[in-house]
Ligand binder design. Structure first.
Ligand SMILES: Cc1cc2nc3c(=O)[nH]c(=O)nc-3n(C[C@H](O)[C@H](O)[C@H](O)COP(=O)(O)OP(=O)(O)OC[C@H]3O[C@@H](n4cnc5c(N)ncnc54)[C@H](O)[C@@H]3O)c2cc1C
Length: 300
């Protein structure tokens, strides 16, 4: 069994900015066809540094996350980071489940508290489980000291956080407990990312903070995912109206501008929330290559 490369090693090498993409496990056959076609397109036309695969809210996709993590790695040769949450498992079960990933050669895990199941508002920890991601990171670091863990970060503050300062304090705890890097929730205003990174550094959080970006595919979706839309983007979306091709152009243009500014401002790379679709990721990767901002690791 070949063990995959730890993302922390790729980040430490600093030979090129990282480009990664996020998949979610499909619910049905049509979704399954889409994810494998997207994986193929990305393998041939982008070659991201790694891909991640989410874990359904309420812990609903444990088996499918594992299955697609294997497919993305074994069939397409991606470095894969499965996501894992505290939801629904005791600490002993967590160790078993993550132990399976570790035995199978996975080196990376996105380590999260998770959201409550659909229809519930409060997160209810398993009676013998972890209450917060920082506890999960601590438990996994003790049991799998060489596992490379990413954690979530919120430039626009986690909705349940008591305050932005508290939220950052708990991010620090996740890093102090063994996380190697953080990936952010999506945002459309880079100023929030840069301000957040400055505050994190001032607090002594020195782990890389990878910005998570979503190329906009629909104005409604963008507004649902993110409270803060910069005025210029809002105007661009309003002008595009219901014209799908125009929205697509705005989505690629805004995301490209965000990436350019983020990389020039020192971000270690970008993680794209692609909603299991390849088209915008391919366009972005092509533009980044043309602008000399990114190239696949194999060509570095
Ligand atoms: C990059 C990324 C990937 C994600 N992937 C998934 C996924 O695959 N599946 C999924 O279900 N969800 C996913 N999420 C969403 C995430 O699970 C939710 O945002 C969840 O509500 C919080 O998870 P967390 O790991 O940030 O939790 P925590 O870091 O535990 O924070 C949760 C809340 O509790 C507060 N807090 C933390 N520690 C303490 C403490 N000791 N005392 C009091 N308050 C505390 C924090 O300020 C925050 O408000 C993802 C989010 C991001 C940014």
């Amino acid at each position: 069994m070949n063990r995959g490369r730890a993302i922390s090693d790729i980040l430490e090498a600093k030979d090129h900015p990282l480009l990664s993409v996020e998949f979610f496990p499909p619910k049905d056959d049509a979704g399954g066809d889409l994810i494998v076609q997207t994986a193929l397109d990305l393998k041939q036309q982008v070659q991201p540094d790694f891909v991640s695969i989410t874990y359904g809210a309420g812990g609903t996709t444990q088996e499918r996350t594992y299955r697609y993590a294997r497919i993305l790695r074994d069939k397409y040769g991606f470095e894969v980071m499965p996501h894992f949450t505290c939801v629904g498992n005791s600490k002993a079960e967590v160790i078993d489940l993550v132990g399976q990933y570790w035995k199978d050669g996975f080196s990376n895990l996105m380590t999260l508290r998770g959201d409550p199941p659909k229809g519930e508002t409060d997160f209810k920890p398993h009676p013998d489980g972890c209450h917060y991601a920082s506890e999960l990171v601590e438990l996994l670091h003790e049991n799998f000291p060489d596992l490379c863990m990413g954690v979530a970060a919120y430039p626009e503050v986690h909705p349940q956080a008591v305050s932005p300062e508290d939220d950052l304090k708990y991010l620090k705890r996740k890093v102090d407990n063994g996380a190697s890097f953080a990936t952010t929730q999506l945002f459309f205003d880079n100023r929030n990312y840069f301000a957040f990174v400055d505050k994190a550094r001032a607090l002594g959080i020195d782990a890389p903070i990878i910005p998570g970006l979503m190329p906009i595919r629909s104005a409604k979706q963008a507004r649902r995912f993110c409270d803060h839309i910069p005025e210029e983007l809002d105007d661009m979306l309003n002008k595009a109206g219901d014209d799908k091709a125009a929205i697509h152009r705005v989505g690629v243009e805004w995301c490209f501008r965000q990436i350019q500014e983020l990389l020039e401002g020192g971000a270690p790379g970008v993680h794209l929330y692609i909603m299991n679709r390849s088209k915008m990721a391919i366009e972005l990767a092509n533009r980044l290559r043309e602008a000399g901002l990114w190239q696949p690791a194999a060509t570095v």
